[in-house]
Design a protein around this ligand. Structure first.
Ligand code: HMG
Length: 394
């Protein structure tokens, strides 16, 4: 039986963020509501040059640089996103060029709201398990800019960033339980991004209920798929994190399905979920990458302590679909996570004032039509420069 899973992870985040306490003051809301009520401290804010292609390319470049992996071994490149830059040309095609991946490579974009990255990951795992990979590896990049209307209830749950995953045999971080997943799907209008708008439309409280219903369905299906392996203990749980409090609600929900009360759920929450929420609290919702940002956060904080232990993963995409699955932290993952310096991209970020953030949002409206600008974005950084003859230039 092949051992297949996540071999390496890397992040890319925009260079600036908004402090949620500042946003709360500007919107005449108690900071406690955003920081404690939602469980978010900062939200990353993407400027025009930090589009989903640039963020995705920067995460992937970092992945190869930090892990020592070789781009010539990539035979599958999938980008999960719900912030497409084109109806036809996938972000994966841009990344294929920017990373100089082999021409003998299957390349496409996957969309189902925040589930797109998981769709890429699980396809990559099956591609390897089936034998189609023939020793090659898969690159899965989750990249998004989360946008809600200024002043709306969703505004404090924005964010932006990319998570790149290398999927391979004999993974150095997390070996996944191949073929043992629980799926759930239902056609709902909880959250969507109409073609005419860059901002999401959301029925916020209904979306929370849809998430929890999907969690029930996926969890029950996963328990069934596990059979007798179901009783093996789970040491840590990573949930899709639109905001930290949602993961807490999710954990209480799963524990209730296990017949445990709120007090018992809250007692296990700190140990089983807590460290996976540290990086999401500093970045906000990164949509497709959110679950894998939580996993990176967990590994960054305590990979050494949980080597050999089982970790459960729950991915939710509005609209909606969900999957519950599990894996085991690889032996040596502690030292390798440290070498990957997972949290380094968050260092030295700039704190935007609220007027600066609002100006960035106004500029965003025309960003996809702006003419080419030459600017110095730092050596080795991919940036969106503008459009020339309807072609996006990086
Ligand atoms: P809201 O209605 O303004 O907030 O927006 P609220 O009144 O529900 O308050 C939020 C929490 O803060 C509550 O806690 C309050 O009690 C608490 P809860 O009852 O939930 O435990 N609170 C305070 N706490 C401390 N001090 C205070 C204070 N005041 C209040 N002073 C909502 C909340 C999430 C609806 C909104 O932000 C929103 O619409 N966000 C976007 C939608 C979203 O993130 N949905 C999550 C599930 S769907 C999903 O995850 C998919 C998604 O990622 C997209 C995709 O799949 O592509 C979004």
């Amino acid at each position: 039986m092949k051992r297949i899973g996540i071999d390496a992870i890397a992040l890319a985040v925009p260079e600036g963020y908004v402090e949620l306490a500042d946003l709360a003051h500007a919107r005449s809301v108690s900071p406690g509501k955003f920081v404690d009520g939602l469980g978010v401290e900062r939200m990353a804010v993407a400027r025009a040059h930090e589009d989903p292609v640039a963020l995705g390319a920067n995460a992937a470049r970092r992945l190869f640089a930090m892990s020592g992996a070789d781009t010539s071994r990539i035979g599958l490149c999938v980008v999960g996103t719900e912030t497409a830059v084109d109806h036809s040309k996938p972000i994966a095609a841009y990344l294929h060029g920017l990373l100089a991946l082999p021409t003998a490579c299957r390349v496409f974009e996957a969309k189902h709201a925040c589930f797109g990255g998981t769709a890429g990951l699980l396809n990559a795992v099956d591609w390897i398990a089936s034998g189609s990979a023939r020793g090659r590896q898969a690159l899965v990049v989750c990249t998004d800019v989360a946008r809600y209307a200024i002043g709306s209830a969703g505004e404090p749950t924005q964010g932006a960033g990319a998570v790149a995953l290398l999927v391979s045999e004999n993974p150095r971080l997390v070996e996944l339980e191949v073929g043992v997943t629980g799926s759930y799907a239902r056609d709902v209008h909880d959250f969507w991004r109409p073609l005419h708008s860059k901002e999401a439309v959301v029925d916020g409280h209904y979306s929370v209920q849809c998430y929890l219903d999907a969690l029930t369905g996926a969890y029950e299906a996963w328990r069934h798929a596990c059979g007798t392996d179901y009783s093996e203990p789970i040491a840590r749980r990573c949930y899709h994190v639109p905001y930290g409090k949602m993961a807490k609600k999710a954990h209480r929900h799963v524990m209730a399905l296990e017949g445990k009360g709120e007090a018992e759920a809250d007692a296990s929450y700190v140990e089983e979920v807590g460290t996976s929420l540290r990086l999401p609290a500093q970045i906000g919702n990164v949509y497709t990458g959110s679950l894998y940002l939580a996993l990176a956060s967990l590994l960054e904080a305590e990979a050494s302590r949980i080597e050999g232990k089982r970790v459960a993963l729950f991915s939710y995409g509005s609209g909606c679909t969900a999957e519950f699955f599990a894996g085991r932290v690889a032996s040596g993952a502690g030292a390798f996570s440290r070498a990957l310096r997972l949290a380094e991209p968050l260092e030295g970020r700039r704190r935007y004032t609220i007027p600066e953030y609002e100006a960035i949002r106004r500029a965003d409206a025309d960003a996809d039509r702006r003419p080419i600008e030459s600017a110095n974005f730092g050596a080795g950084t991919v940036a969106f420069l503008g459009v020339e003859g309807e072609r996006r230039v990086y």
